[in-house]
Design a protein around this ligand. Sequence first.
Ligand SMILES: Cc1cc2nc3c(=O)[nH]c(=O)nc-3n(C[C@H](O)[C@H](O)[C@H](O)COP(=O)(O)O)c2cc1C
Length: 169
Amino acid sequence: MEVILYFSNAGEAFAGGKQVQLTVGNTAKIAQQIHQKTQALLLEIQTVVPYPQAYQATLQRARQEKEDQTCPAILPLTLPQDVTRLYLGFPNWYRSLPLAVVGCLKALSLAEVEIVPFCTHEGSGFGTALTELASLLPDNPILKEFSCYGSKVDDATTQAELLTWLKTL
Ligand SMILES: Cc1cc2nc3c(=O)[nH]c(=O)nc-3n(C[C@H](O)[C@H](O)[C@H](O)COP(=O)(O)O)c2cc1C
């Protein structure tokens, strides 16, 4: 079966240079759009200690985690036994994979599961996240990825690109 596993951080964010308040995170929105098209099971990676609402405080915590390479504890997550394809979504944090996602991937057993990465960002695309994924999951097939600006998740163009991408998989 197919599963969509994503990490996303609602709250204060920057979109196109302006501060905005997100009730649903950008990556969560893409995850929901994939769910609507594929009916894949939707699962969220959540940290035991949520990230702060305040943007600067989130930046600071994320920077510290990256410097120390410490993965924050995440809430228990059970993947179905028969997962064959995992759509894996995350925001670009400091040009890389958020440490919550790194920790989650290390904890899960993903042998022979196809990985389909998707990411939202504000200009850096995937940064180094795809290289990191390849080294965290060296034996998994990693399929064609999708990325878009977080501030453009609701745009018709983004939605059309998402549909085209899903059809190519
Ligand atoms: C801690 C942190 C670091 C970020 N670093 C980058 C970055 O290096 N490059 C970039 O393009 N966007 C960066 N962003 C912007 C996010 O990738 C972007 O807003 C994304 O859409 C957020 O997704 P979410 O709402 O699902 O959390 C960063 C945001 C945060 C909170």
